[in-house]
Every structure is written in structure tokens, then in C-alpha cells.
Design a protein. Sequence first.
Length: 186
Amino acid sequence: MNRIKVLSLMVKFGLYFTLLSLLLSIAIGVFHQDHHVVIGGEGGMEAWLGLEVAGNWSVLAEQLALHGFNEVLLMGLIQIIPLVIINCVLLRLFSLYQRGKVFELANINCFRYLGWTLVGQFLLNIIYPPILSIIMNNMYSELALKRTISLGENDIAMLLVGLIIIVIAEVMLQGLLLQSEQELTI
């Protein structure tokens, strides 16, 4: 059990660092005019912090930027929200592990939240760009943003991983119920 506690502490440090970098990226992406900063010099190590719209959303983001809209506010912030939620759920899960709580309902709920967040991120990646295009086209008649739904390999993998995590949570719940039944019969 001590090994789980030590490893959980190490993972939590990594998760806190990741959460800090996500929040810093959001702040830079929103408040810096270029939506990012590069730290370091030529010939040396450079670090890039900020927000950019990536993946399936990049085509629409480019169209929005060409028309003078802030693509980071309209799309980048939405794209990063699931990552912040996942990070917070993992922090909760590893905090439970660190306290010696391994097979409890709170852990199972963390797995459920994690799985459903990944499924939600899959749906968000499919639904949000066309909805944004429709809204922007209706609000600004001079726009002619394309409404496309695109799926990438990462999207399908994210959906599959989310569903697998949900199934694992249900298996853990069944194990917890069996354990509690066993404790009652002894």
C-alpha cells in the first residue's frame, strides 16, 4: 500500500504541473495578442505556451481568423475544457489512492466521470464546429463558413477509450457489490 501512496503522490505532482500549464496556456491564449508566447532563445531550448486550435477544428479556426474573429476564444477555450476536467478527475482519483482508498465507490465514480468526459469530448469534437458555423453564419450574413463534420483516428480512439473506462468502472462496481455481499454473509 505504501508503494501505491508514493506513486500516487508522484503522479499528482505531474498532474498539478499539467493543470498549471493548462491554466497558464488559457490565460496566455486569452489575454496575449498572439495567443502564445515563446520562452527561450535561438540555439537554446524554447518553450511554447498558449492556445491554438488544432485537429479537426483547425480549418474552421483559419476561416474565422481570416474574417477577423478570435478563433482562440471561439474554439480554443472550448477545446481545452475537457482536458481540464480530465486532469481534475485524475487528481481526485490519485488523491483517493494516496489516502489508501482503492476499491471504493468514490474511485468508481472517478472512472465513470473520466469515461463520460472522453465520450463527451468525442461528441463535442463532432458537434461544436458545425453548430458554431451555423450560429456565426446566421449572426453575420457576410460570412460563408463551411459546415463540416469530420472524424479523425484520435476521435474514434478517444470514444473507444472512454467506453472502455466506463465498462471498467462497471466491473469495479460489480466487484465492490460482491465484496459487500460477502462481508454481510460471513
